[in-house]
Design a protein around this ligand. Sequence first.
Ligand code: FES
Length: 125
Amino acid sequence: MTQHTLFVCVLCRSSKIDLQQTGLSAGQSLFERLSEELAACHGCEAIHLQPVRCMGACDRSCVVAFTAPNKLTFILSQLSPIHSVPELLQFSEQYVACSDGKVPYKERPEAVKKGIHAVLPPLQH
Ligand code: FES
């Protein structure tokens, strides 16, 4: 099974939600929510969630990236640590199911359409 990686910056902070209730950074909160939801998601088994300590887009938190061999890499930013979770799960399933990772624009969830920071081509071997 092709390994797909979802990188999540766990150091991202948000002035709105540096979750006073939990004491977690926005990025850590997003990571933990995704971790729980991905574990329960059929169709997301191929996604490996990996924490990252900064992806260099700190003023555009929260930041994640989807990548896999022979697929486009999507770098997404300005994601809500709470509200983006269902849409990131939806995109996870779409990304796994799509042979080149090029999920048709119209089918992408809103948070993904709005959150595109960069899209990279597949690495050539
Ligand atoms: S702290 Fe998240 S990108 Fe830098």
